[in-house]
Design a protein around this ligand. Sequence first.
Ligand SMILES: [Fe+2]
Ligand SMILES: [Fe+2]
Length: 173
Amino acid sequence: MHKSDLDKIIRVDHAGELGAKWIYEGQLRWIKDPVIKSEIQHMYDQEMHHLNYFETLMRDRQVRPTALMPVWKWFGKTVGAVSAVLGTKAAMACTEAVEDVIDEHYAEQIKTLEQHRPNELDLIQTLKTFREDECNHRDAAAGYNHDPSVAKQIVKKIIKVGVKAAIKISKRI
Ligand SMILES: [Fe+2]
Ligand SMILES: [Fe+2]
């Protein structure tokens, strides 16, 4: 594995955690229910911890951030705000969809690193911990939303396609 491939991993994860921060910020601004708010606040706090880790790592290893930061910021805040304005169920469906993709994304990275960079023990262990956090977010969100409707499936599908595209683009740009 080339250094530039490792840089891509760090860059895309940093972009993703930033995206998560902005989505949750967008939601926190618009969600009224105090119980839901504190649930989202808890997720947000964990995302900030994830984000700080990648910011430090980028500085230490001199990896540049994605050039698309302003685009992702607009995108994340809009997705967060729109989902929250639509209500708790939509907000939680959004989290469920996003974290589902992130779960797979981290799993893939962990596998790649274990194969090609087994000496990156700290990074691998951290990704495992973060992945668990993301799965907990997904499961908590799913607990608020058992709606089996076609509308929910469509919304989730659209969000997933969007997140997957963002991951692909952020690796390169
Ligand atoms: Fe995260
Ligand atoms: Fe998350």
